[in-house]
Design a binder for this molecule. Structure first.
Ligand SMILES: NC(=O)c1ccc[n+]([C@@H]2O[C@H](COP(=O)([O-])OP(=O)(O)OC[C@H]3O[C@@H](n4cnc5c(N)ncnc54)[C@H](O)[C@@H]3O)[C@@H](O)[C@H]2O)c1
Ligand SMILES: [Zn+2]
Length: 348
């Protein structure tokens, strides 16, 4: 088992290890002063792991209730949030009780937001069951729900009390979801580590999950500790995401997030070569790892369309848009691009 301590306004430990799913009850005891536990999960994860987790927590002596919602991003909304906090209220939850967010990023974001706001904040544990949640959304305390016209429009920063990541749960992930998680894993390698890139090329991530997840969490830790509230260094985590979000939007979300991020990373690497920031070799290394993990690298949309979406959904800072651009594997930099120069950077 690997423990990683994160020091933010609320400090917590990320525990990563096979079998951790069956220790949740004991881990809750360690937190102290909990009597009731609400397990929040989606319909898929509930079928797979809900019963097991619930039994485990009951066996440790806690009263439990379950809140299960239909899987998918369309559930990450104010109605489901409202049903959840109403249920907590009906079950007389107090600030000494606890929420367990069992699932992917949708569960984590929604349950985290409910924990942050119910009675002005009750404790919650993240139990990520997707690769994306394990390496990204369960760490860093961003919580949110979507509005009709925008993702993550209502939310706040609220740190969990503990993150328990059992890589064995990833065995049931659909292949596509696994690959999407790999796009985020590859992002960390391009951002910070040639050595990690080599590890991922040598052995599939699925055969070294503890190493992969802990390496990504250690890297995310550096950004979130430096920039808890996302005003600076966390911006690097947007590698591939600025163009990726535009691709997601233009495809009407038929291109999955991880696939769009992969296209975004390939596209920005091509433009980095075009603008003399990285070598052809770095570009071909980036394309090689994305292809090895079954991710798309071709951007099907014209630059003008991408730019239009980018300008409509991104914050401009002093008339500039910040792009995260690879210089070599393990090293990226922020380039502030004037809107009228975006064409030099987008659509490759
Ligand atoms: N808070 C953050 O910092 C942050 C960061 C990145 C993304 N996010 C958010 O995360 C969400 C995406 O997360 P996601 O990709 O995990 O999506 P998700 O939670 O919808 O999970 C993807 C699918 O996998 C299923 N699933 C989950 N675990 C499973 C398992 N072990 N076996 C089989 N199926 C399983 C789910 O039911 C779902 O159908 C988005 O809403 C995004 O905005 C948040
Ligand atoms: Zn992402």
């Amino acid at each position: 088992m690997i423990n990683i301590d994160i020091k933010n306004s609320g400090s917590y430990t990320v525990k990563i290890g096979s079998g951790l799913l069956d220790t949740i009850g004991e881990e809750i005891k360690v937190l102290g002063k909990v009597s009731k536990v609400c397990i929040v999960t989606d319909s898929n994860v509930s079928d797979l792991y809900g019963g097991r987790v619930s039994e485990n927590i009951k066996a440790a002596g806690f009263d439990t209730c379950n809140f299960v919602f239909p899987f998918g991003e369309q559930s990450k909304n104010l109605n489901v949030y409202r049903d959840l906090v109403e249920m907590l209220c009906e079950n007389r939850f107090t600030r000494s009780d606890l929420i367990v967010a069992l699932g992917g990023g949708v569960v984590g974001d929604l349950a985290g937001f409910a924990a942050a706001t119910f009675q002005r904040g009750i404790r919650y544990i993240q139990v990520p069951t997707t690769l994306l949640a394990a390496v990204d959304s369960s760490v860093g305390g961003k919580t949110a729900v979507d509005l009709t016209n925008g993702k993550n429009q209502v939310g706040c920063f609220y740190q969990p009390s503990l993150v328990l990541c059992d890589p064995d749960t990833l065995a049931t992930l659909p292949e596509e979801q696994y690959r999407c998680g790999c796009a985020e894993v590859i992002k960390y390698a391009i951002l910070r580590s040639r050595e990690f890139y080599d590890d991922l090329m040598k052995l599939p991530a699925s055969e070294q999950l503890e190493h992969v997840i802990s390496t990504c969490v250690e890297m995310k830790k550096l950004y979130v500790q430096e920039d808890e509230f996302d005003t600076g260094a966390r911006m690097f985590l947007n590698l591939g995401h600025t163009i990726g979000h535009a691709v997601e939007t233009l495809s009407s979300y038929t291109t999955l997030h991880g696939q769009a991020v992969a296209i975004g990373m390939a596209s920005i690497a091509r433009s980095a070569v075009h603008n003399g920031i990285c070598s052809e070799k770095t570009l071909s290394d980036i394309l090689a790892i994305l292809e090895k993990y079954g991710l798309p690298t071709e951007n099907p949309y014209p630059a003008a369309d991408i730019i239009k979406v980018m300008l409509s959904d991104k914050k401009l800072i002093g008339g500039n848009l910040n792009l995260i651009v690879p210089e070599e594997i393990g090293k990226c930099k922020i380039v502030a691009v004037k809107t009228e120069e975006l064409e030099r950077w987008v659509g490759f």
